[in-house]
Design a protein around this ligand. Structure first.
Ligand SMILES: Nc1ncnc2c1ncn2[C@@H]1O[C@H](COP(=O)(O)OP(=O)(O)O)[C@@H](O)[C@H]1O
Ligand SMILES: [Mg+2]
Length: 299
């Protein structure tokens, strides 16, 4: 894969499609795979005083086992609100979410914790995701314990942590006594992926996981998400405002505008033959999006 900067990835979509080495599993028909997470009419309305915002407006989706899905939309289109509903951090005000073909039930603390064994997230800002007072080995140890490995011998736990770190090109031996704030943004994001490697959820939701880090680390993170999907068969939901990254990484794409999905389908179909005017505009904006990023790197 390309590990140069994103602008090249973006331009290649427009200028030089054939030369991109796609990480995604484009030939596979994921509709034949078991359903992992789906939604019908999923809606979230916020009411603050007299103002009503329909952040997510009756969206339908079907995410299958092992599929890598991107949800693409500009800032304010409802991506984070949808992510929070998928994670069970926010209830839909209308519609239903199904987990492994069953209506999702997170009505008690116990059921919610069970659900979170099946779905985990990495966020835009890796610094906010850690308890800064816990050393890195305890961050990773917690993951092993959560997966029922509490009584494993110490050697085996160290072996598992070492393997998880090497999966993301970090050296466990160098990290054991460090705190999260001693790492760079890129290293933190890789540590997040190491956690996911240990937790092995069915679904990983990544909300703009690359927007706070430099372009080079960004390509590495995308590569690692792809490896994670390829090695574990995890379903990965990648949330981004960047249709170039979405095309690069995903099997399927959902385009979100003002809380609605205006277009969805296989990445090749949606991006090479867009139907909705909004999708066409996002594609024509790709080089511009990257220029803005180069200046600010803020999502
Ligand atoms: N807690 C909230 N209360 C009121 N409005 C909200 C809240 N969260 C999000 N919104 C509104 O919902 C819309 C979608 O926001 P968001 O889901 O954050 O979009 P995105 O992640 O695509 O930028 C925006 O108009 C935002 O202002
Ligand atoms: Mg957001």
């Amino acid at each position: 894969m390309k590990t140069s900067n994103d602008r090249i990835i973006g331009q290649e979509i427009v200028d030089d499609r054939e030369s991109v080495t796609f990480g995604a599993n484009r030939d596979k028909d994921f509709s034949q795979e078991p359903m992992c997470l789906s939604g019908r009419g999923v809606t979230r309305v916020f009411r603050t005083g007299r103002i009503t915002t329909v952040a997510v407006d009756h969206v339908d989706f079907d995410f299958h086992k092992g599929e890598l899905i991107s949800i693409v939309g500009e800032s304010g289109s409802g991506k984070t609100t949808l992510s929070k509903m998928l994670l069970g951090l926010l209830e839909p005000t209308d519609g239903h979410i199904f987990f492994h073909d069953k209506l999702r039930d997170i009505s008690s603390g116990h059921k919610r914790r069970q659900y979170w064994k099946g779905i985990q997230a990495i966020f835009q800002d890796p610094f906010s995701s850690y308890n800064q007072f816990h050393k890195i080995d305890s961050v990773l140890l917690d993951c092993i314990n959560m997966r029922g490995g509490k009584s494993l011998p110490k050697d085996q736990k160290i072996e598992m942590m070492t393997e998880a770190c090497s999966f993301v090109n970090l050296k466990f031996a160098e990290l054991t006594n460090k705190y999260p704030f001693e790492l760079s943004g890129g290293q933190m994001q890789r540590l997040m992926i190491a956690r996911i490697f240990l937790l092995k959820p069915d679904i990983l939701l990544a909300d703009e996981p690359t927007s706070m880090i430099d372009a080079c680390s960004r390509a590495t993170i995308l590569d690692m998400l792809l490896n994670l999907r390829n090695e574990t068969g995890m379903t990965v939901i990648f949330i981004t405002h960047d249709i170039g990254l979405a095309y690069y990484i995903s099997d399927s794409v959902y385009i979100m505008e003002h809380g609605k999905f205006v277009e969805s389908g296989p990445a090749d179909k949606v991006i090479l033959d867009p139907q909705a005017p909004y999708t066409k505009r996002l594609i024509s904006d790709v080089p511009k999006i990257h220029e803005a990023w180069d200046l600010s790197t803020v999502g």
